[in-house]
Ligand binder design. Structure first.
Ligand code: TRP
Length: 343
């Protein structure tokens, strides 16, 4: 058995993950997930898709659905996903997923679906639109995963319960029809390799729900980056030598750690420990290093945005591969259940 040097995952395992088509990529997404996707595509058979069907559970009338999906795809390509190495596609380009979703729904129970935390949260947020798609979000997610017979699903903590449901539905299908057909996928989080990127507001993690100013997007203009960093929360400075850094300050150092060189980090750390630090200087350096870090992404995003033919080609390539694989699964599923052969 050959294991990946970075993540100790078996090299023949199939990796799959879905990406919500909301908003632009920020540094938190990049260091928390995308960077690892980029590594995994080197060692494993990977499927990454944009979950546009799922977006209807919360946004039934999306405006500019195709524009949003395209932008997400462009940003992931700019961040290093390579259509020659991984299968990149749109969920809605694989309508076989909807058929598998229907089959899985026949063996999914109201009680278990109602207990899912993300369902309860969303139902609370949109009390006038507690639709059946929202309730069966986990069966659609299960269909996404098992239609490609994935083994490993890199997801954040918030998706672990949904993944547990996928395991339940895969097992239930196998038991119901007395087959060992679907692999039982496992959630994969990167452990050590996972860098949690803090926001600029002094508290928790970087995210767009915390407000625009809290997150730095790969596509942000240098002017915007400088402004956001200069406004980041700090305090009145250390009063004792070598004192522990409070969260807002530690956050700036965490950011510095991922974008600056070790000697820069060491310099400011030293200044902090000696109580001679000037936050203004730290922020200026941090802003310039973020600008330098994001510049190649911004450039690539611009190039890709101008290349309609290439983007279309990427979408078609991914759809073709993912769909062929999905049809193979569905052909077998229909046979297992007892339907006529149509694929
Ligand atoms: N539910 C995931 C999220 O909110 C997106 C998603 C949809 C997904 N289908 C998936 C993730 C399949 C992993 C595998 O982020």
């Amino acid at each position: 058995m050959v294991f990946c040097y970075f993540c100790r995952m078996k090299k023949n395992e199939i990796v799959l993950s879905g990406i919500r088509p909301t908003g632009n990529l920020h540094l938190g997404n990049y260091f928390g997930a995308v960077k690892n996707f980029v590594k995994m595509q080197e060692t494993n058979e990977c499927y990454f898709f944009i979950a546009d069907y799922h977006s209807l559970t919360t946004h039934p009338h999306p405006d500019n659905l195709q524009g949003n999906v395209r932008q997400v795809l462009i940003e992931y390509l700019a961040a290093g996903l390579d259509p020659e190495k991984a299968t990149l596609y749109l969920q809605s380009d694989i309508p076989e997923t909807a058929e598998l979703y229907l089959f899985l729904n026949m063996n999914a129970y109201l009680g278990e679906l109602e207990r899912v935390t993300t369902f309860k949260e969303k139902a609370r947020k949109q009390p006038n639109n507690v639709n059946a798609g929202l309730l069966t979000y986990p069966t659609l997610m299960a269909a996404d995963i098992i239609i490609q017979k994935a083994d490993k699903v890199p997801v954040g903590k918030d998706q672990e319960q949904n993944l547990e449901m996928t395991r339940t539905y895969a097992r239930r299908f196998n038991n119901m029809y007395g087959v060992e057909f679907f692999p039982i996928p496992t959630a994969f989080n990167f452990g050590e390799a996972l860098v949690k990127i803090p926001g600029l507001d002094g508290s928790g993690k970087m995210g767009k729900s915390e407000g625009e100013a809290n997150a730095i997007f790969l596509n942000d203009d240098p002017k915007v980056i400088r402004k956001k960093v200069m406004r980041a929360v700090t305090d009145s400075g250390p009063t004792e030598m070598n004192q522990e850094k409070p969260d807002p300050i530690q956050n700036l150092f965490t950011l510095l750690n991922v974008v600056s060189t070790p000697d820069v980090v060491e310099y400011f750390d030293d200044q902090y420990n000696k109580c001679t630090i000037r936050y203004g200087d730290l922020k200026k350096q941090l802003a310039e290093d973020i600008v330098a870090f994001t510049a190649p992404f911004t450039e690539r995003i611009k190039e890709l945005s101008a290349d309609d033919d290439y983007i279309l080609k990427v979408m078609n390539m991914g759809a073709e591969k993912a769909r062929a694989n999905a049809q193979k699964t569905l052909r077998e599923v229909r046979e297992i259940i007892g339907f006529r052969k149509i694929y």
